[in-house]
Design a protein around this ligand. Structure first.
Ligand code: ZN
Ligand code: ZN
Length: 271
């Protein structure tokens, strides 16, 4: 039996971590969730941290790397990232075991065939990941200010697309953030809005048929799970008849599980 599982452990500016799991391999994408919560989530999913194949980092921002030193103190596993991200993280902490994965390159990590692609964000060398596991494919892209061709191509290959849907533009501009922060978030090197993500999903569906989408990295101040879900699913339903499954990864707790096992897009809340 094919046993791939994707778990959202936390997603948003307070901490990001995604777990990919097969019977033989486990991999973390980002480690920005607090160590206690992360350890608990791994335990609840029958994962021994020592058996993680590594921590794949998207970029060096705190909400993606916060628990790296705690993890490395507990378990002897590699930190895998491109040179720019490894360099930036190494300025904060002494990383003993690193594996450099140049942007755009492909690498086999246990059961996972991982390829990175460039994103546009105010970090050293931010990336998203496209992960093949046998005939399944998952795209992961948060923290990007615009939708590049590389991101579109990754989504076209994937059956599960985990995509940033950070803010509602009106909420952002009417909200309490200082002007400079609003400009940063809405810039090409900031974060995707609900509308930008909806447009990306619509094109993905039109070009490559049905898929499952997780909206990720929602802002606590400038968005809400219900608003993001409503805006994005309404925009998609108006634009295309292609079927889709959409859910929202919650910010502060484990929330979603995807597995291709029982149905094509089996998804359930697992709080
Ligand atoms: Zn982030
Ligand atoms: Zn970031």
């Amino acid at each position: 039996m094919f046993d791939l599982e994707v778990h959202s452990i936390g997603s948003g500016s307070s901490g990001n971590a995604m777990l990919l799991k097969t019977q033989a391999s486990c991999l973390l994408i980002d480690a920005g969730v607090g160590i206690r919560k992360l350890t608990e989530a791994l335990k609840n999913r029958s994962v021994n941290g020592e058996n993680l194949q590594g921590i794949l980092l998207t970029h060096e921002h705190w909400d993606h790397v916060r628990s790296v030193p705690s993890i490395l103190r507990k378990w002897n596993i590699p930190v895998i990232a491109n040179c720019g991200t490894l360099h930036a993280v190494s300025e904060k902490w002494d990383l003993q075991h690193t594996v450099e994965m140049p942007t755009g390159s492909e690498r086999r990590i246990g059961d996972f065939l991982v390829r990175s692609f460039s994103l546009s964000h105010d970090a050293a060398d931010p990336v998203g990941y496209l992960i093949h596991v046998r005939d399944q494919c998952i795209a992961y892209a948060t923290d990007t200010g615009f939708v590049s061709e590389a991101l579109r191509e990754a989504c076209n290959e994937a059956k599960l697309c985990i995509l940033e849907s950070n803010h509602d533009t009106d909420w952002l501009w009417r909200g309490p953030y200082p002007l400079e922060m609003k400009q940063r978030i809405s810039s090409d090197k900031g974060h995707l809005s609900n509308v930008q993500t909806a447009d990306l999903i619509i094109r993905r569906l039109e070009e490559n048929g049905p898929a499952c989408f997780w909206l990720a990295h929602l802002s606590a101040v400038n968005n809400s799970p219900s608003l993001a879900r409503k805006q994005v699913s309404n925009a998609i339903s108006i634009a295309t008849k292609v079927s889709f499954h959409l859910d929202v990864a919650l910010r502060d707790r484990p929330s979603l599980l995807w597995s291709p096992n029982q149905t094509s897009f089996q998804l359930r809340m697992n709080i």
